[in-house]
Design a protein around this ligand. Sequence first.
Ligand code: AMP
Length: 187
Amino acid sequence: MNRLLIIGPPGAGKGTQAVKIAEKLNIPAISTGDIFRKNIKEETELGKEAKSYIDSGNLVPDSVTNRMVRSRLAEADAAEGFLLDGYPRNPAQVTELDAILSDMGQQVDKVLLLVADNDELVQRLLARAAKEGRSDDNEEVIRHRLKVYAEETQPLISLYSQRGLVTEIDGLGEIEEVTSRIMAALA
Ligand code: AMP
């Protein structure tokens, strides 16, 4: 089944790959970061709640994030599968995702772990900052986001590994090359 997660540090290329893989599998790519950014742009209540956390590179509080994900996963297009990009991001969110899916009689089927070394990540993020001008892509915030990843998100890898769900994918190389590696891992 196609209830998939993609996990990896900021700059590993999760968002880019998530969109490509989801398209091939005909499931929605659900990026919590994208949903937050859209809400910030549209100045919604959710956007107002999330903005200061995002701009400083910290996680948005679980209460806000979990509610948002629960309602997104209840939408019709996610009924047959989804690829979650950027959620869960800490152990409490894993517990919540388990609960959301169990309420629907479902579970996570596979976790794609996209890896790249730290120097490569910082270079990529700085290049993206120059190109896209994301408010959380300056060097100080980038380093903080990498730290938050190491402290809060990395523990998820052993958690999902214990369930036998993790497939590690080398995130280095051309976009298409990485996409092929992921598709091979899913086959
Ligand atoms: P991303 O686009 O995945 O790098 O996310 C950008 C920012 O959105 C993160 O640095 C967090 O501030 C926030 N964010 C995204 N996903 C989550 C999540 N699952 N929990 C808390 N904050 C999140």
